[in-house]
Every structure is written in structure tokens, then in C-alpha cells.
Write a protein that binds this ligand. Structure first.
Ligand code: GLA
Length: 386
């Protein structure tokens, strides 16, 4: 039984004197490489992980009331399906935004009860918000028999971020949570939305996440500035190359030629995206050859770019990465996700991963007085009914 199923059943009985009718499981995600490339129509290599949210649903078709209970937040929300609008409860807005997207598609909502909980740390850069959106959307789809395909679930999640919550994010998180497959990463082309599964085995090495416990909220972190700055970089390039509409279409030669007609900041943003896209392909090639040393090197290069060219790291994340540099068992590390806090992704030899991680966490605590957390993750399936 899923760890959270029993808890949700108990709370259903206690709160609603009923049993849930079905459950939806929605995972968080990692991104092996390809950061901030999604809204620049580039490439990324994400995967769904074994940290997840579980939703219990019970339809109540004769009522226009819906009731939501967030067990981890010890909070609830009640509303009417005929009046879906933004509320003062931040967590509820992720779900209300999804309901609004259903409504915008002409799908008639009905009353229901939903209780959820999970173990994806909020603000940890593991996309707990995408898991909320996509898991909840899958549950509504099941309840309303709207037969939405996976891409529609992804779009509903992204619409919620962009239009309801005001975060100008791309499709990376919702895509990963929805399409994830056990032991597979996904090489995603964010321009035409094609993707292929890539076997994600790391030999004697394993992936370890270390949570800096610095929390970010993409609506006010500076995340929203990056899509804007990339658009400004494109606008500068368009003065010479009017047919270029995304950084994806910019070659290294074109960027070098345009360096003098844009600010240093815009140049660094664009340069990072070009390099990061190239790193996704280099990472996949190294993967095919089981060349784990190259994977590690690429992770460090990506962190350097995120730190100095894209400016989305922070001192705590830099410290976590720097603490790995003298550890022979660590092949590579970088901050992961949108940035400004959250987790680092570390590739560590299995025989030493526990002790190395403990050492890094101890020094991190001594220097910051913040207790980090480590997650030894595995790659799992995406959103689905239990
Ligand atoms: C956040 C956003 C994604 C993506 C990443 C950075 O997770 O939600 O769309 O831009 O940051 O790769």
C-alpha cells in the first residue's frame, strides 16, 4: 500500500464519514541537465522521482460544493464550483487554477471531496507545485470522465502557473511529473515537444539530492526576470537577424557577432542558454558510453553557468557544490531547478555516498546554521491512478 493511502483513508472517514473512491499519485522531478532552457524552446533531460503526492478523491455529483484538505499544511478550503477564483490561501490556488482551466475548456465541474498529502519538500526545487497541478488535474479528469490526454494535463498545469499564479515558467516540471517512467530520463525538445526516453543507469554511482533549505517562491524570486531578459536578448539579436525568434535558433557565431549590441547581462543570459543546450546533448552522448566522469564534469560546468552567467544560484547552493569538490567519490554537482534555493543534484559513488553526504551536510550546517536534508532518490513513473 502507498505510504499515504492509509492516512488519507482515515482522514476521509474522520472529516467526511466516507471512503475515497480513487487515488492519484503524482511525483516530483529532477532535471539531470538543461536548466532554464524550457521557455527558451531548448532541450532538457528530466525524470520523475520516488517522492510524490497522493490525492484521494470522492465525487459528490449532487452538490456544487468542493472540499479540499491539505494534510501536510493542516489546512482546508471549501468552495463552490460555480465561483472559481483566486483565494488568499496560496496552496489552494494551485488547485483552483486547475479547476479554472477545466472550466475554460468548457468541462463542467461537479462537487467533490479531495484530501492529499506527500513527501515532496515545498520550495525544494523538486516541483511540488507541478505534482499538485498535474495530480489534481488527473483526478478531476478521472472524476469528470473528460478523457484528457497527457499533454492536456501538462498544459493545464502550465496555464495554472502562467495565468493563475503569475509564474512565467515553461513546461519542464509538468511534463516530467506527467510523462515520467521508471529508470528513464526524458530527452525533451521544448520547441516541438518531441521527446525520447533515455535509460538512466549510473553504474556504481547514484544520484543524491541535498536540500539547502533555502526556500524560493518563483512568483517573487527573480525567476520571472529570466524569461523577460531572454526576450530582451532576442530583441537585440533581431536587429541583425530579424528571423530569429528564440535563443534556440541562435548559433554561437551569431551570438558572438551580436555581443557588442547587447548589454553584458543579456549576453551572459544568452550565452548560458546556448551552452546549456549543448550540455544536454553532451550529457546524452556520455550517458550512451557509460562515461560517468563526463556526466560529472558537465554537472559542474552547468553550475558554473547558473552561478556566473545566469545568476540564479545563491551562496548556500554554491557552498553545497563547493563542498563536493574535494570529495573523490563525487563526480559532479550542481544546483537544480529554477534556482534561488532548493536542492543540489550530486552524482556520488554508491560505496561512499552516505558518509560523503553526511560530511557535506555537517560542514554546511557549521557554516550556515541551517540543517540541510539529503534524499537518495530513484527514478519512477509519472502521474497515474493508484
Ligand atoms: C522551474 C520552472 C521550469 C524551469 C526550471 C528551470 O522549475 O518551473 O519551467 O524553467 O525552473 O529549468
Amino acid at each position: 500500500m502507498d505510504t499515504f493511502e492509509e492516512t488519507i483513508r482515515l482522514h476521509f472517514q474522520k472529516n467526511f464519514e466516507k471512503e475515497p473512491q480513487f487515488f492519484v499519485k503524482a511525483p516530483g522531478r529532477i532535471n539531470l541537465i538543461g536548466e532554464h532552457t524550457d521557455y527558451n524552446l531548448g532541450f532538457a533531460l528530466p525524470a520523475a522521482i520516488d517522492m510524490h503526492l497522493l490525492f484521494g478523491f470522492r465525487p459528490n455529483p449532487i452538490s456544487s460544493t468542493f472540499r479540499l484538505v491539505a494534510l501536510d499544511m493542516e489546512d482546508d478550503f471549501q468552495g463552490n464550483i460555480n465561483q472559481i477564483e483566486k483565494s488568499h490561501k496560496n496552496w489552494a490556488n494551485y488547485l483552483l487554477g486547475v479547476m479554472k482551466s477545466f472550466e475554460n475548456r468548457g468541462i463542467r465541474l461537479q462537487g467533490f471531496d479531495c484530501i492529499f498529502c506527500g513527501n515532496i519538500p515545498v520550495g525544494g526545487g523538486l516541483s511540488s507545485s507541478a505534482a499538485m497541478e498535474c495530480g489534481f488535474a488527473k483526478g478531476l479528469d478521472q472524476m469528470l470522465q473528460s478523457k484528457l490526454d497527457k499533454w492536456e494535463i501538462v498544459r493545464i498545469g502550465q496555464e495554472t502557473e502562467n495565468n493563475f499564479l503569475g509564474v512565467q515558467s515553461g513546461i519542464l516540471d509538468q511534463f516530467s511529473s506527467t510523462f515520467g517512467l521508471v529508470n528513464q530520463a526524458m530527452l525533451l525538445d521544448c520547441q516541438d515537444k518531441n521527446f525520447e526516453y533515455v535509460n538512466a543507469q549510473f553504474g556504481d554511482y547514484e544520484l543524491v539530492l541535498i536540500n539547502s533549505k533555502v526556500k524560493h517562491n518563483h512568483s517573487d524570486s527573480g525567476y520571472n526576470d529570466r524569461p523577460k531578459e531572454c526576450q530582451e536578448a532576442i530583441a537585440a539579436i533581431q536587429k541583425r537577424y530579424p528571423n530569429i525568434h528564440s535563443l534556440r535558433a541562435v548559433s554561437q557565431n551569431v551570438l558572438a557577432e551580436c555581443e557588442t549590441i547587447m548589454s553584458n547581462k543579456h549576453f551572459r543570459r544568452a550565452q548560458f542558454i546556448l551552452h546549456e543546450n549543448a550540455r544536454v546533448h553532451a550529457f546524452c552522448e556520455a550517458f550512451q558510453k557509460n562515461d560517468f566522469f563526463s556526466l560529472g564534469r558537465i554537472l559542474y560546468q552547468s553550475h558554473f553557468g547558473l552561478q556566473y552567467f545566469y545568476d540564479v544560484s545563491c551562496t548556500e547552493l554554491d557552498l553545497l557544490v563547493d563542498l563536493t569538490r574535494n570529495e573523490n567519490a563525487v563526480l559532479g554537482a550542481r544546483m537544480m531547478g529554477g534556482g534561488f534555493g532548493g536542492c543540489t543534484l550530486n552524482l556520488i559513488h554508491k560505496d561512499h555516498s552516505k558518509e560523503v553526504t553526511e560530511r557535506i551536510m555537517k560542514t554546511y550546517y557549521q557554516q550556515t546554521k541551517v540543517s540541510p536534508e539529503a534524499y537518495f532518490i530513484s527514478i519512477e513513473n509519472g502521474v497515474g491512478l493508484l
